[in-house]
Design a protein around this ligand. Structure first.
Ligand code: PLP
Length: 394
């Protein structure tokens, strides 16, 4: 046998392990100091009561012969796909049930979808970037080119017609920068993709944080997107499912090339390589869309949004440049005093005992920037902001 040599080209990810090592070393030297963590991209609030109730009742169904379920449809039960279709309809997006595929989360689908595309396709990803887009394509041996997200363009790069790309990744609201595209900006990307015959892989994992109607919750709110865009979404950040695992991908039937249909291929791929999300988890996900579930989830999101506001207001007060925070749980700030990302990480850890994520870990353009998240507790966020204020206003 031969092993896939492309794996040798995947960069080792030292970002979170280096952070953990630095924090552990600092805590060992200063056991009396309380370290506050605003670095993680994971949620902290528990599942909503409506979700827990649905889980319990689904478990009870599994305990009875009459209601027990074995293998389900690979692409998800109709009760959940119908709820997702109704969620899209609220924003004026009409989807057929068989354009929606339920999965165990956006990460798996983002990694698996590239099975559908030819290996010689050129991939365009923004820099800085959620590393999964890059690593999955390096594993597959594809050529990757980058679009620069910088302070100058508000970390929202726009299409460049002199660049030819076949597969385009867009994440909005963005991880790590928190920046979100307006519908008008996305229309430019959709026009570019349709003109070039490219596909947009649109990661909407953070759409639940969008409150402004000018911004897109779904790329299908933009005319022309159904012929060029596949959308990935997740219950992870919307409803705290990071450990429960459920997401969905929309593959419109109108994405076709050379007599092949992306929708049919994805169905074939999923039915061949995936056996569906657990029934109890799909029931839990469907509970997110009930009136009770919606209300409870809105309360959880409001909790994180308050944290984001607190971080954003502190940075505004300090005159620190940042993006995100308003329609995103991420705040992406410019390291003060021209510090590098890791320099600022050490400075914050040593002088305020606050942990964030160095922007340099997300790409070349992340150098000199730093990510804070609003997923912590209110108390920790408040204390961290007081410490940062004291430190940076000195
Ligand atoms: N997409 C982005 C941009 C993310 O930040 C994450 C998780 O942090 C994911 C996808 C993965 O989501 P899931 O938990 O649904 O796999």
């Amino acid at each position: 046998m031969n092993l896939n040599k492309n794996y040798a080209n995947v960069n080792d990810s030292y970002l979170f392990s280096t952070i953990a090592k630095k924090v552990a070393a600092y805590s060992a030297d200063h056991p009396e100091k309380k370290v506050l963590r605003l670095g993680i991209g994971d949620v902290t609030l528990p599942l909503a009561p409506a979700v827990i109730e649905a889980l319990h009742s689904a478990v009870d169904e599994m305990a009875k012969k009459e209601t027990f379920r074995g293998y389900g449809p690979e692409q998800g039960y109709d009760f959940l796909r119908d709820s997702i279709a109704a969620y899209y309809k609220e924003r004026g997006v009409e989807l057929d049930g068989d354009e929606i595929f339920v999965s165990d989360g956006a990460k798996s689908d983002l990694g698996n979808i590239i099975d559908l595309f030819s290996q010689d396709n050129v991939v365009l990803v923004p820099d800085p970037v959620y590393p999964v887009y890059v690593d999955t394509n390096v594993m597959a041996g594809r050529k990757i080119i980058y679009s620069d997200a910088t302070e100058a363009n508000g970390f929202l790069p726009m299409p460049d017609y002199s660049v030819d790309a076949d597969i385009i990744y867009i994440c909005s609201p963005n991880n790590p920068t928190g920046a979100a595209y307006t519908k008008a900006q996305l229309k430019e990307w959709v026009d570019y993709a349709n003109k070039k015959g490219a596909v947009i892989l649109y990661d909407a994992a953070y759409e639940c944080f969008i409150k402004d109607d000018e911004l897109a919750k779904s790329i299908y709110q933009v005319e022309g997107a159904k012929t060029c865009a596949i959308e990935f979404c997740s219950f992870s950040k919307m409803a705290g499912f990071t450990g429960t695992r459920c997401g969905y991908t929309v593959v419109p039937k109108s994405i076709t090339k050379g007599g092949l249909s992306a929708n049919k291929m994805w169905l074939r791929r999923q039915t061949t390589k995936f056996n569906g999300v657990p029934y109890i988890v799909q029931r839990a996900a469907a509970a997110v869309f009930t009136p009770e579930g919606r209300k409870q989830i809105a309360e959880n999101l409001a909790y994180y949004e308050e944290n984001a506001k607190l971080i954003a207001n502190t940075l505004k007060e300090l005159g620190v440049w940042f993006t995100g925070g308003e329609h995103s749980p991420y705040i992406w700030l410019k390291c003060p005093g021209g510090m590098g990302s890791w320099e600022f990480f050490d400075y914050l850890l040593e002088n305020a005992q606050v942990v964030g994520t160095p922007g340099a870990g997300f790409g070349v353009n992340g150098e000199g920037f730093f990510r804070l998240t609003a997923f912590g507790s209110k108390e920790v966020t408040k204390e961290a902001m007081e410490r940062i204020k004291n430190l940076l206003s000195k």
